[in-house]
Design a binder for this molecule. Structure first.
Ligand code: CAA
Length: 255
């Protein structure tokens, strides 16, 4: 059985972390498998989106593997964290929209994995936490950096220094996830999202992601100039002509 299960529908790839006996905890093997699955997606021009979820109904990912970490030296810990940072960076920089479908526990490295996706949906049985301080460490897969950027520094400090667990509704309230759906609605949510991502202009989605991601690091005027450049570039291809013609001809666009 593969550690990463990959299915695909209309250019939207679903990656399922598949180590249910350890609640999908991230050991080195799983991190490497995730990294190579993402690496092989990077070069695909026909890719329209990536959805990431965990096998089973109990956990998205219950964190970095504590059994593997316990006896590591500082050098080995650095190597382990770097392996994960590289894989999560691949996820973050995929040119297409990426969505975490958090279907249960998203603790420590699981919460950090969800933060490396563009946005997240939680099922109503999900719990989030950064419990590392209770294990005598700090988050090591990007949590001290991506969490404050998503929820603000005060909420990140609350979550990271208390290690407290929050449920899906609190995760929604603080902005860790965009939506909460019932576990029963999980498959329908995936289908709907796949439909939406596969029917929109693929280059437009990529450019929108690029404008938002790259714009975050720029001053507003430069970021607006980036948007204008990408907006204008959109008029150089078939996609804009097809999208607008379809609207005017009262038919569905075919991208
Ligand atoms: N690492 C290794 N194994 C884990 C694990 C983890 N993070 N989380 C769960 N497991 C294993 C358990 O050891 C158990 O294995 P065995 O059956 O062989 O004993 C199996 O998964 C099932 O887990 P539980 O029996 O504990 O299930 P539960 O329903 O009673 O509890 C849980 C579920 C609340 C998620 C609990 O397993 C738990 O608290 N897990 C650890 C969560 C955690 O602390 N995560 C942070 C890790 S540190 C980190 O992620 C650092 C970082 O930033 C890099």
């Amino acid at each position: 059985m593969s550690l990463i299960e990959q299915t695909e529908n209309a250019g939207v790839v679903q990656l399922t972390l598949n180590r249910p006996e350890a609640l999908n905890a991230l050991n080195s093997e799983l991190i490497v498998a995730l990294g190579s699955a993402l690496e092989s997606l990077e070069a695909r021009d026909d890719l329209r989106g990536v959805l990431l979820t965990g096998a089973g109904e109990k956990a998205f990912v219950a964190g970095a593997d504590i059994a593997e970490m316990r006896d590591k030296t500082p050098e080995q810990a650095r190597y382990f964290a770097n392996q994960a940072l590289v894989a999560l960076k691949r996820l973050e920089t995929l040119p297409v929209p990426t969505v975490a479908l958090v279907n249960g526990y998203a603790l420590g490295g699981g919460c950090e994995l969800s933060l490396a996706c563009d946005w997240a949906i939680a099922t109503d049985n999900a719990f989030f936490a950064q419990p590392e301080v209770g294990l005598g460490i700090i988050p090591g897969f990007g949590g001290t950096q991506r969490l404050p950027r998503r929820v603000g520094p005060a909420m990140a400090l609350d979550l990271i220094t208390t290690g407290r667990r929050i449920d899906a509704n609190e995760a929604l309230r603080v902005g860790l996830v965009n939506r909460v759906v019932s576990l029963d609605e999980r498959d329908a949510t995936i289908d709907e999202l796949t439909k939406q991502l596969s029917r929109n202009g693929p280059n437009a989605m990529r450019d929108a992601k690029r404008a938002i991601h790259d714009g975050q690091d720029l001053a507003l005027d430069s970021a607006l100039a980036l948007e204008t450049t990408l907006f204008a570039l959109g008029f150089t291809g078939e996609e804009q002509r097809e999208g607008m013609s379809a609207f005017l001809e009262k038919r569905k666009a075919s991208f």
